[in-house]
Design a protein. Structure first.
Length: 144
């Protein structure tokens, strides 16, 4: 197996770092870091198997950690589903809400079971105050 001198590893690191500027993706730089660390190790250890193993280890670890951290940082919060997506939404009462009985409200074209602390007549505008399972707890927008 050919022995690569420490200076060659460091030049390779500089070339890979420069190449990262022209290729998007934040991947090549980790191979440059791996080559730089391998070049430093090559000054002290003269075994080519150790050099190649170090290069693979450092490069692979850098790519893995960068991808993992990137996913953690950029991973969006999941979209709310079901009734949870209507938190603070507004709508119209379809069937009168008369406590303690439930009524029905229409929000974004969908009808939902709703309850309120006060009586709300059909046709009134409401705002969702809280979501309890598949039931919406609403309040009138114009309290009279």
């Amino acid at each position: 197996m050919p022995v690569i001198k420490p200076g060659v590893w460091i030049v390779l690191a500089l070339v890979l770092a420069a190449l990262e500027m022209f290729v998007p993706g934040l991947v090549i730089i980790w191979f440059g870091v791996g080559a730089l660390l391998t070049g430093i190790i090559a000054f002290f250890i003269h075994n080519p198997y150790v050099h190649y193993a170090a290069f693979l280890l450092f490069s692979g670890l850098g790519v893995f950690l960068a991808q993992w951290i990137g996913r953690k940082i950029t991973h969006p919060e999941p979209e709310p589903v079901g009734a949870l997506r209507y938190q603070s939404a507004t709508g119209v009462v379809v069937q009168e809400i008369a406590p303690p009985n439930y009524g029905r409200v229409k929000i974004s074209g969908e009808e939902w079971l709703a309850e309120s602390e006060v009586r709300i007549a059909a046709g009134s505008r409401i705002r969702v105050r809280k979501v309890d399972g598949t039931r919406l707890i609403v309040e009138p927008i114009n309290k009279e």
